[in-house]
Design a protein around this ligand. Structure first.
Ligand SMILES: *[C@@H]1O[C@H](CO)[C@@H](O)[C@H](O)[C@H]1NC(C)=O
Ligand SMILES: *[C@@H]1O[C@H](CO)[C@@H](O)[C@H](O)[C@H]1NC(C)=O
Ligand SMILES: *[C@@H]1O[C@H](CO)[C@@H](O)[C@H](O)[C@H]1NC(C)=O
Ligand SMILES: *[C@@H]1O[C@H](CO)[C@@H](O)[C@H](O)[C@H]1NC(C)=O
Ligand SMILES: *[C@@H]1O[C@H](CO)[C@@H](O)[C@H](O)[C@H]1NC(C)=O
Ligand SMILES: *[C@@H]1O[C@H](CO)[C@@H](O)[C@H](O)[C@H]1NC(C)=O
Ligand SMILES: *[C@@H]1O[C@H](CO)[C@@H](O)[C@H](O)[C@H]1NC(C)=O
Ligand SMILES: *[C@@H]1O[C@H](CO)[C@@H](O)[C@H](O)[C@H]1NC(C)=O
Ligand SMILES: *[C@@H]1O[C@H](CO)[C@@H](O)[C@H](O)[C@H]1NC(C)=O
Ligand SMILES: *[C@@H]1O[C@H](CO)[C@@H](O)[C@H](O)[C@H]1NC(C)=O
Ligand SMILES: *[C@@H]1O[C@H](CO)[C@@H](O)[C@H](O)[C@H]1NC(C)=O
Length: 763
């Protein structure tokens, strides 16, 4: 499948491979947009926006691809023309609190630590926000389904918790938005403040013999470029503002994930950018006084055959009243294994599955002792869990045998995956250390009743691996007290012992739990792998660590979320490993290395629904009525019928060892040991990033950003003002270009929620 969303890339490929370009439009290096024709169909003569969308798709002999594109403007006007159904909206809002109650940070979000509120994100009252939405409905303030949907979407999104999402149908089911020109933020020399450039310029100066001097973007739509991008970045999934800023841009690590990553960046509609209307056009103004206007587009996700009005769109694709679950939440196909090497990466020494993990050496003089384990994901597909683990098992001893003494663990773009893969990788690096990994739930009545029912039921059967999935789903869950160890890594004695609750931070939480890595059911939760140091790998505990802590560094772009943060926490706190953070906003401040959700487990809402219904089925004797009443809300399907993707909640807080405050890791602000700016080379060559990291960590000659700090004005520092085109040999660059082209042809470059995992943040 190849969608017209690729218009960006086909445009780019045509531009860079065409030896004699035709009369270039200004600015030269930017791609010429394919005209998006809107034909006026004389027979129907419909001018309603949804009719225009339909005509744009079907008037020219049918859609060119399964996901056609239309101008953003008509898509937006169309979705805005879907009338508001206040009855359904009220029912939806009423159905949310039983699910919102599972969000572990619900209370702390409204009153976070001062440093978090100051440097990361402001407080947000989610339940209060739901009440306000109801009041707005009562006051007749919503004119369209979309206005309401967007208000609800941004309420949940403002928690900046990548596990916590509700994407209403109007926001995500019909259209996704995009811009055709990706951007990058680079420093000319790694020392000057970075500036924003069109990615084609940065490619051009390195791969092509361009005759002009790439000039930075100074304004977008008339607004200062930094303000504009920082503002837009706030619609991203991460909490950290520098990580959010990085996610606006084209980045090799995200590209390497294909459609499982955030594509060419949020600015182009990758990741959560696809749900933000970009306006009809976007105008870039460059420092050299030229400007360029692009037409923004929308991907059309549903059939528009016969649809001429917003009302017809609603009848066809909105499930207001139906009791049956809609078919919209079907699982998408598994990501196709990406056979080709990702662009900008060398050939791996130890290749892993689907570019989710790869082992590399740095092939450059002076870096002979450096190995790189590139881990942009912690998997989540049972079919490749074992191959993922084995890549590290093969690579580390091989690197040591080949004389490598330094290890860069590159987790750029890592949104997480299977929780226990994070534990396993840590154990492979530090075999003798028992991972801490404390976590807890909000101690709600739902959790308590499910725990009572599951624990009582599970206790009737021996705890052993069985092919009976029903039994495994109960005994292998948090809600059987036999699962997990307590804070001291001992067994819980009863459900009451596990549940607590503890009163803290204005809320109630369960007692601290830790994964029991020698549990007989561990493979039920690990995607089938045995954890290093346990089971068949128990002899590994006595292995020496393959690398010394000071010879390992964790490299991030701030986009390290979920299982990635679990892994990083173990590596930093228990392993004593340092971190390097790339990029960030154009300033000299220190930045955080870990910028994504630090909650340690996401539950899809339909899993919560299942737990509730299962608890009713196995309710303890004499408590049927209580269970029936309490879990009644989990029999309604309205939250699913009105959602574009399966909603999610973060159910477990992560907690730091020896921290008695009880504040979840999510709210702990923590600067990286070193910050490096991206340079132009780093946007086309991952090795350039690794060399800079090795220089900073071990070479004593790195460019770690220093000076400045909070409160220092941007103007006080020298800013990148232009990039000098390199003298390039087109012949030498041809193979690299081919690599970019082959890769981008091998998948549909659009964000797709194809990954799973119990510790994963969907892009
Ligand atoms: C449709 O309308 C346009 C302009 O109004 C006209 O030029 C064209 O001939 C019409 N086409 C048909 C098939 O009637
Ligand atoms: C098409 O519809 C518009 C508005 O509904 C109307 O103003 C216009 O006269 C119509 N044109 C024709 C050719 O029927
Ligand atoms: C509005 O939603 C309700 C369900 O809450 C449904 O019964 C009704 O048919 C919907 N109205 C329209 C116009 O679709
Ligand atoms: C690069 O461009 C310059 C002038 O624009 C030309 O003289 C030179 O031959 C070109 N080099 C290559 C390798 O194409
Ligand atoms: C100005 O900068 C833009 C963006 O780099 C570039 O496309 C254009 O060619 C430049 N124009 C001039 C006159 O240098
Ligand atoms: C699975 O186990 C449950 C409880 O032990 C039992 O009721 C059920 O029949 C079993 N299912 C199968 C397929 O064996
Ligand atoms: C882990 O689980 C196994 C049984 O599955 C049990 O024998 C062991 O005591 C547990 N360990 C801890 C620390 O809870
Ligand atoms: C995990 O260990 C069990 C024995 O404890 C073994 O049967 C199984 O094959 C192992 N699985 C993998 C993927 O190594
Ligand atoms: C550990 O056990 C595994 C499986 O039994 C074996 O393949 C491996 O060689 C052992 N490693 C050591 C260090 O003894
Ligand atoms: C926590 O405290 C214990 C006991 O003092 C110590 O062994 C451990 O290293 C500490 N952990 C961290 C992460 O500081
Ligand atoms: C609980 O609900 C189920 C299904 O709605 C019903 O069959 C059962 O009688 C109820 N039990 C009690 C005790 O209310």
């Amino acid at each position: 499948m190849r969608s017209s969303a690729l218009l960006v890339l086909t445009g780019f490929i045509a531009a860079v491979t065409n030896a004699t370009p035709v009369a270039p439009a200004l600015p030269q290096a930017l791609p010429q947009l394919k005209r998006l024709h809107i034909r006026q169909d004389n027979t129907t003569n419909s001018t309603a926006p949804c009719a225009q969308v339909s005509q744009a798709i079907y008037s020219n002999g049918g859609p060119a691809s399964s996901i056609p594109t239309v101008p953003a403007k008509i898509a937006y006007e169309c979705i805005q023309s879907v009338p508001f159904n206040a009855t359904s909206a009220m029912k939806l809002l009423d159905s949310l609190p039983p699910y919102l109650a599972w969000q572990s940070t619900l209370t702390v979000l409204s009153n976070p630590p001062d440093e978090y509120a100051k440097k990361v994100q402001p407080p947000v009252d989610i339940l209060g926000g739901v009440e306000k939405l109801k009041a707005s409905i009562g006051a007749g303030q919503f004119k369209s389904e979309y206005e309401f949907g967007w208000a609800l979407y941004t309420l949940i999104q403002s928690a900046h918790d990548g596990h916590f999402t509700y994407v209403p149908d109007s926001v995500g089911s019909i259209f996704n938005f995009g811009r055709p020109v990706p951007l990058v933020s680079v420093s000319e020399d790694g020392k000057k403040l970075p500036a924003v450039f069109a990615y084609y310029d940065v490619l051009g100066m390195q791969f092509k013999n361009i005759s002009y001097t790439p000039s930075p973007i100074v304004q977008i739509n008339g607004q200062d470029v930094n303000e504009y991008l920082e503002g837009l970045s706030q619609y991203g999934s991460l909490q950290d503002r520098d990580a959010l800023y990085n996610n606006m841009f084209y980045e090799l690590a995200q590209i390497s994930l294909g459609s499982s990553g955030s594509g060419t960046g949020m600015f182009t509609g990758g990741g959560r950018g696809r749900w933000v209307y970009p306006g009809p056009t976007t105008t870039l103004k460059f420092a050299n006084e030229t400007s360029y206007t692009m037409e923004n587009y929308a991907r059309v996700l549903q059939s528009f055959r016969g649809i001429n009005t917003g009302e017809e769109l609603a009848t066809q694709w909105f499930y207001y009243g139906s009791n049956a679950a809609s078919t919209q939440l079907g699982e998408s196909a598994s990501p196709a294994a990406l056979a080709v090497t990702a662009p900008g990466y060398p050939t791996p020494v130890t290749p892993g599955p689907s570019n989710l993990i790869n082992g590399f050496y740095v092939d450059a003089p002076g870096y002979e002792d450096v190995a790189v384990l590139q881990v942009p994901n912690f998997v989540g597909e049972t079919s490749v869990e074992r191959a993922f683990q084995k890549t590290t098992q093969d690579f580390l001893p091989k690197a040591v045998a080949d004389g490598k003494t330094k290890l860069i663990i590159d987790v750029q773009a890592n949104g997480g995956g299977t929780i226990l893969q994070g534990y396993d990788m840590f154990k492979q690096l530090f075999p003798s250390i028992l991972p801490y990994g404390a976590n807890r739930f909000r101690a709600t009545e739902y959790v308590d009743l499910i725990g009572q029912a599951f624990s009582a039921y599970a206790s009737k059967f021996p705890r052993q691996s069985t092919y009976n999935q029903t039994l495994m789903s109960i005994q292998g869950s948090y809600f059987d007290y036999h699962q997990d160890s307590n804070e001291n890594y001992e067994r819980f004695t009863s459900w009451a012992d596990k549940f607590g609750p503890i009163e803290l931070l204005g809320d109630k939480f369960t007692n601290i739990a830790r994964w029991n890595l020698s549990d007989v059911l561990i493979t039920y939760n690990s995607g089938g792998i045995n954890i290093t140091g346990y089971g068949i790998y128990s002899n590994a505990s006595s292995n020496p660590p393959p690398f010394k802590a000071e010879n390992i560094v964790i490299l991030t772009d701030g986009y390290c979320a979920s299982t990635c943060t679990i892994f990083a926490e173990l590596m930093k706190q228990q392993g004593g490993v340092k971190t390097i953070a790339m990029g960030g906003r154009s300033n000299k401040n220190p930045i955080q290395a870990i910028g994504g959700v630090k909650g340690t487990n996401n539950y899809a809402w339909n899993y919560i629904q299942n737990l509730g219904q299962q608890a009713v089925e196995i309710a303890p004797e004499g408590q049927d009525e209580k269970y029936n009443t309490t879990f009644k809300p989990f029999y309604a399907n309205i939250p699913y019928n009105r959602a574009a993707t399966n909603p999610g909640a973060n159910v477990r807080d992560g907690l730091r060892q020896n921290d008695t405050s009880g504040v979840p890791l999510q709210f702990i602000y923590e600067e990286a040991d070193c910050r490096l700016y991206y340079t132009p080379e780093m946007t086309v060559d991952a090795t350039a990033i690794w060399k800079a990291a090795a220089d900073a960590q071990w070479g004593g000659k790195g460019n770690c950003v220093t000076g400045g700090g909070y409160g220092t004005k941007r103007e006080a520092h020298e800013v990148t003002t232009s990039l000098k085109p390199r003298r390039v040999s087109p012949r030498a660059q041809a193979s690299l270009l081919q690599q970019f082209e082959a890769f981008e042809k091998s998948f549909v470059l659009q964000t797709d929620c194809t990954m799973h995992g119990d510790g994963f943040m969907h892009p």
